[in-house]
Design a protein around this ligand. Sequence first.
Ligand code: SF4
Length: 303
Amino acid sequence: MEKRIISFPYIGREYTKLIKRNLEKLGLSIQLPPKTTKKTYNLGVRHSSDMMCFPYKVTLGNFMEALDNGANVLLMYDSLGQCRLKHYHKIQEFTLKNLGYEDFELYGINRKNALKLMKKFSGKSYYQIIKTFYNLIKDIKAHDNKRIWSKEKPNIGIVGEIYSAIDETINQNIEEKIKKYVANPYNAVTISDFLNHNFLPIINRKTKYERQAEKYFNGKLGGHGIENVSHLLELIDRGVNGIIHILPLSCMPETTVEPFINHICQENKTPLLRIPIDENNSEANLETRLETFIELIKVKNGK
Ligand code: SF4
């Protein structure tokens, strides 16, 4: 392969920017796919089986547009977890080849191969690569630490599947919409948390909420199911005013935790709004549901 032009799917505006900026410091040539639009959704949906979850379809669409724009190395996130995400890079590579794309490489990037892949792409020393990762994690943590807990406005906690909870295009800018209705979004789902659970599980001791959450299940669940129950327990302990549970339609881990999320919210009298995401979501529908939800919370709290 001549010059590597590396691309990866969007995963939240700010996170994507931070990943790109830090990887470029290794001398890599990074070219993001065109912004995710309806066209991206349509491309992904057309070439995926119906029951594939939405993140698969959107990232496939991102890859098709990235290749059309000259990228030749694609990186797909691989959590090495229990859920089907770990197979996505294989299925996507197979699909893209069947669609006639030829001169490209597609890698699932995970905690086990990240260093080696970066060495292969950049030729830099492991020391430089580790330093870059360290700076990236530092930037991500600084970004996540900007979240605030409001003393004046109702706090609306967001829990759910990571991609739909953090990517503004996928969730139709849900945090901005919550702000528009004069409430404070508090997104419990962050990349810092993902890194703690997936990259540094040995150093990070389990919180009391994580231990409580695990008791609802019969072992590992995949995705962020158990983490979300623990986020929910923590948010309720903090006095959250309402919870939004956001998930791609047909997401296995989030569907599995649904009854527990319902039960915990009911028991604690915490209002809950569930938002399933797919290519048919309408912005007007989301706005109406959000506005009603937040108004009811304000009435409940006498504000
Ligand atoms: S966590 Fe849910 S949405 Fe994400 S890959 Fe797994 S099933 Fe799909």
